[in-house]
Design a protein around this ligand. Sequence first.
Ligand SMILES: Nc1ncnc2c1ncn2[C@@H]1O[C@H](COP(=O)(O)OP(=O)(O)OP(=O)(O)O)[C@@H](O)[C@H]1O
Ligand SMILES: O=C(O)[C@H](O)[C@@H](O)[C@H](O)[C@H](O)CO
Length: 229
Amino acid sequence: MMLSTNDQRVYPAVGGLSRGTSSRVVSRTHTDVAQREAMKPEQLQHIWIITGPTGSGKSTVAKYLKQELKLPFLEGDDFHPQSNKDKMSNSTPLTDADRWDWLISLRDTACEILCPSASNNYQAPSGVIMTCSALKQKYRDVMRVAAYGHPTVRIHFIYLKAEEDVLMRRVHERKSHYMKSHMVHSQFEALEEPTAEWDTLAVDVTAPRDEVQRRVSAVVAAKLAEYEC
Ligand SMILES: Nc1ncnc2c1ncn2[C@@H]1O[C@H](COP(=O)(O)OP(=O)(O)OP(=O)(O)O)[C@@H](O)[C@H]1O
Ligand SMILES: O=C(O)[C@H](O)[C@@H](O)[C@H](O)[C@H](O)CO
């Protein structure tokens, strides 16, 4: 299934993110809620966060989705400081403390991208795709802050789900990456599955790549269709 692309739309600066507010948490008022409910689909900006443990195929799926939706893409791995990469290369799992700044910098970069600016010719994109393991609920909550005070923004987690042994095999076969297969178990230990969270679309990724792509396309298309009603 091919997704319809909506990246060509031009958004007025007035409805979108405004510079300088990306990291500020604004309290939700009745007006905010009313504005949020009154949004037209073409005014919305979607943050698609591809989540799951190491080896679940986040980068693979995100590159596919980038082509399909023609949206900017942020690779979560690129936002880890060298100290985090060194830790993971040395087979030491990251702690919460290691992850906060990483999560915040990813979130704030997504907000910057969605903001009309000279770099996008004052035509902010209709969304952004990012990879981010977001293993725990409190990490996903950090990302959810991107929608606070920004009535145009909708956040969707696409959770790539597979059994540990499947990911162990995939990471073992993947060469030239700092994350090695013996780190997979620690990722499952940290994992709090988001399957019951309202903004999460779970996709079973045990299947071959083309089938996973079809599943991801289907859940994204279904989600976008909800806003057209
Ligand atoms: N559906 C699939 N079937 C088989 N192999 C796959 C599938 N999807 C991805 N792979 C392979 O599994 C490995 C892990 O995929 P990928 O690097 O995209 O995962 P990731 O979640 O981004 O990992 P990390 O968090 O460690 O960066 C890669 O070698 C990739 O080619
Ligand atoms: O939170 C984490 O422990 C990391 O983000 C891992 O989940 C990533 O998979 C790692 O960056 C390897 O790519």
